[in-house]
Design a protein around this ligand. Structure first.
Ligand code: SF4
Ligand code: SF4
Length: 323
């Protein structure tokens, strides 16, 4: 697979500095029950890398010491890590808001039969990928049978109260384009999703987040192999809006890999661009327990235009400044 990192690092991007940290995003490993075309972590069933119990303890100690408001758990399919439920339980006991980046099909995997009930009992917010409301498009991007399994997962979550404002059980969906184009307007697309999923499948959810595809990992390699990499970068750069720089997620979030090393965001983690701090080659989460990183420069490169193009993209979808 061709690596887009050298090309991306040659592209200049405006300087960004960090603000106060409010979200810890933790990657529990690369194992996943799916292997989606656009997966920016190259996750799949055969990946074995995963966070161990000692590193989970460092995560929990960090949450407590730094009074972090939000724990954002990702993977792979993070629920496959045997420490997942212990991490969620302990974080919720501290009063931390917990988000699970759930692929929905995991709810049907053997051994995960009670996962939906567990997430509801712990009031975990679910962020689920649903790149289209049409079966053919989802199955092409995420694999055969994924759409119907996802719909069954959404129905199960709805039955537990997820996706209804009055329950407080939050179910947000994530859309990303099928190919090298910018996402459509988030508000309109959310209305379309709510109408089609509601009328056709009787499914409800809270918000739709639209994200641009990042020109890294599997998607970046596909762009390279089709000769579309330069055009896609040109599209992102032409759509860049300075006002989006204010809301990019790397200002208030750090991303932690399965070994406990820290990055400015998940995308930098996948490009292996570690957080830069006092000349250290890599910074471990354990080393940041007593360090204030507000003001630290963010490691930026060409892929960052994926966050600032058009309406902008962050882990919460389009950026408010541009909506
Ligand atoms: S479900 Fe998510 S983590 Fe798993 S392969 Fe697909 S995009 Fe990657
Ligand atoms: S890709 Fe990461 S570092 Fe670059 S702007 Fe987006 S969140 Fe920040």
């Amino acid at each position: 697979m061709r690596d887009t990192k050298p090309q991306l690092q040659a592209i200049p991007f405006p300087a960004i500095r960090r603000r106060r940290l409010d979200t810890l995003q933790v990657n529990l490993g690369y194992r996943c029950n799916q292997s989606c075309v656009h997966c920016h972590v190259n996750a799949g069933p055969n990946r074995t890398e995963e966070m161990d119990g000692a590193t989970i303890d460092i995560v929990l100690a960090f949450l407590a010491r730094r009074r972090i408001a939000t724990l954002d758990i990702t993977g792979g399919a993070p629920e496959l890590n045997r420490h997942f439920r212990g991490l969620v339980n302990a974080a919720r006991e501290m009063g931390v808001r917990v988000m699970d980046r759930c692929n929905l099909t995991i709810l049907e995997v053997a051994g995960q039969e009670d996962l939906a009930e567990f997430l509801a009992a712990q009031q975990v917010e679910i962020v689920a990928s649903m790149p289209c409301y049409l079966l053919e498009n989802v199955d092409r991007q995420r694999g055969s049978g994924v759409f119907e399994s996802s719909i069954r997962g959404l129905k199960r979550l709805n039955a537990l109260g997820y996706g209804r404002d009055e329950t407080g059980l939050v179910l947000n969906l994530v859309y990303n384009p099928q190919g090298p184009s910018l996402p459509p307007a988030q508000g309109q697309l959310e209305a379309d999703y709510k109408r089609v999923l509601g009328e056709t499948y009787d499914v409800v959810f809270n918000n739709l987040f639209t994200l641009a595809n990042m020109p890294i990992q599997r998607f970046g390699a596909i762009l390279m192999s089709k000769g579309q990499f330069d055009d896609y970068l040109a599209l992102l750069r032409a759509a860049h809006r300075d006002e989006n720089l204010d809301g990019v997620m790397c200002r208030s979030l750090i991303s932690v890999d399965y070994r406990g090393y820290v990055y400015d965001c998940d995308f930098n983690q996948m490009l292996d661009l570690p957080l830069e701090r006092r000349g250290r080659k890599r910074v471990h989460l354990a080393d940041l327990a007593d360090e204030e990183i507000a003001g630290n420069p963010v490691r930026v490169a060409g892929h960052c235009f994926g966050c600032t193009a058009g309406q902008g993209s962050s882990c919460g979808g389009a950026l408010e400044a541009a909506e």
